[in-house]
Ligand binder design. Structure first.
Ligand code: HEM
Length: 469
């Protein structure tokens, strides 16, 4: 019947499905192109697996916001199950997810409202990051590791109640391993494993992944143990403390089968570290590359910063007086589009979307590329244009299709935190340094084509940070 009409899509080959129709270098672009042919709701076969793709702001919003419940599960593929066995926040579903997310949101909000905490620890980290750049004395740098460490330290301070020295070998290993694990999850051989799980032990990437997970869990368990041993229920130092205190309260009231158990703590922490490090760091790397690439935009940011804050310490309250800087950060997130697929979702029940029937448990990709580059929403989607976020008087404006954090009930838990971090890091760096291509390289030579890792990353390229003071 009409009710059961499946979404259209290209005809699949046996076994391979539509794999040959997807450019693996930019799969998101391929799917965006297919949506122009088949419409905003279409299906493709990645091998034997059927996936429904949602494209464009209107459609993605309709699913994630208006039908939030129906489209609100994460797709638990075999590798995701190996990752966390259903525990934690980012890759879990059901009551446990709901309770963990609620708890994490409240806890982060409390840290932000105790005002000083979140803001101060980001400002402190800015200081360390600036010192690292100063030491370069205008020499070239490739932007990567220091920024990863700074970003990871903000999440670490929230979760473990302490930052790490950039030279700390254990910390360096944790950051590197986190990156490697995310890349492994995205690798071709792990996708093969997802289709044919018994292959696991024969695949090097799967074995590496499992080993990484064990090492990561061991490191984090150790950090948790240290906090447990020094826990004072009257003083909450970090997320882990907040969790342990809640757990103790429940146990003291003889509630022992709650969701507040060691595995949920362990994987929530792993999620914070995993979701909070790479995303913010990659965005920041893009922002510096754009500034070197578009010097007239950098000049305007620096003019605004000089005029509004001068050489004072930048604080979050300054954001409302820095509309151009804020617009540049938003445009960076839009244009860089670091998580083009978001996280694969799955339907929680049979559902109809725009007249198409989608069965319970179907994998759904919300194509964020098609939202952040939606031609019906953005005046000039294919160019870096901060005016997307400014009105005629130069005031900052929000845009509905600004959806790098996704939307609806699975929306990013760290959104307001990440925004604070991006603003303070970016504005402090631009206040102190001018970013330019290295000697002998012109702005035109800087390459904006992304490389697909676990996020869309800038190509490794050298830049110079010239002190402005
Ligand atoms: C620029 C920075 C960031 C971007 C672009 C980003 C983006 C995203 C996206 C697209 C999702 C998936 C939403 C979905 O499934 O529909 C997500 C989920 C999540 N993010 Fe972020 N994120 C960022 C920073 C952070 C930070 C700093 C944290 C931690 C403090 C964090 C924690 C999480 C968690 C825990 C989830 C899972 C939420 C859930 O499943 O309900 N993220 N993020």
């Amino acid at each position: 019947s009409q009710e059961r009409r499946e979404p259209p899509g290209p005809r699949p080959l046996p076994v391979f499905g539509n794999l040959f129709q997807v450019d693996l270098k930019r799969p998101d672009q391929s799917l965006f192109n297919l949506s122009k042919k088949y419409g905003p709701v279409f299906q493709i076969y990645l091998g034997l697996k059927k996936v429904v793709v949602l494209a464009g702001y209107r459609t993605v919003k309709q699913a994630l916001v208006n039908q939030a419940e129906e489209f609100g599960n994460i797709d638990i593929s075999p590798i995701i199950y190996d990752f966390n066995q259903g525990h934690g926040i980012a890759l879990a579903n059901g009551d446990s997810w709901k309770e963990m997310k609620r708890f994490a949101l409240t806890t982060l909000r409390d840290f932000g409202m105790g005002k000083k905490m979140s803001e101060d620890l980001i400002i402190e980290e800015c200081g360390y990051l600036i010192k690292e750049f100063e030491q370069l004395e205008g020499e070239t740098f490739d932007r990567s590791q220091t920024i990863d460490y700074a970003s990871s330290n903000v999440v670490s301070a929230l979760t473990f109640g302490k930052r790490f020295d950039y030279e700390d070998p254990i910390f360096q290993t944790m950051v590197e391993r986190n990156h490697e694990t995310l890349c492994l999850i995205g690798s071709a051989s792990i996708q093969l494993y997802n289709l044919i799980p018994w292959l696991g032990p024969f695949l090097k990437n799967w074995r590496d992944f499992m080993k990484n997970m064990e090492d990561m869990k061991a490191d984090i368990r150790k950090l948790i143990t240290d906090l447990k041993e020094t826990l004072d229920p009257e003083v909450c130092r970090c997320f882990i403390d907040a969790f342990l205190i809640r757990k103790k309260h429940l146990e003291d009231s003889d509630i022992i089968d709650s969701h507040y158990h060691d595995e949920n703590l362990l994987f929530s922490v792993i999620n914070f570290f995993g979701a909070g490090t790479e995303t913010t760091a990659t965005t920041l790397k893009w922002s510096l590359l754009y500034m070197a690439k578009f010097p007239h935009i950098q000049d305007r940011v620096q003019e605004e910063l000089s005029r509004v804050v001068g050489s004072c310490q930048i604080q979050i309250d300054d954001r409302k007086n820095l509309p151009y800087t804020n617009a540049v950060i938003h445009e960076t997130q839009r244009f860089a589009n670091i998580g083009p697929f978001s996280v694969p979702h799955a339907t929680t029940k049979d559902v109809t979307l725009q007249g198409y029937f989608i069965k319970k448990g179907t994998t759904v990709l919300t194509l964020l590329t098609s939202v952040l580059y939606d031609e019906n929403e953005w005046e000039s989607p294919h160019s870096f244009n901060p005016s997307h976020f400014l009105d005629d008087e130069g005031k900052f404006i929000r845009r509905d299709a600004f959806m790098p954090f996704s939307a609806g009930r699975r929306a990013c838990l760290g959104e307001s935190h990440a925004k604070m971090e991006l603003f303070l890091f970016f504005a402090s760096l631009l206040q102190n340094f001018h970013f330019i291509p290295p000697p002998g390289v012109s702005e035109d030579d800087l390459d904006l084509k992304p490389v697909l890792g676990c996020t869309l990353n800038p190509k490794p390229q050298q830049l110079c940070a010239v002190l402005r003071r």
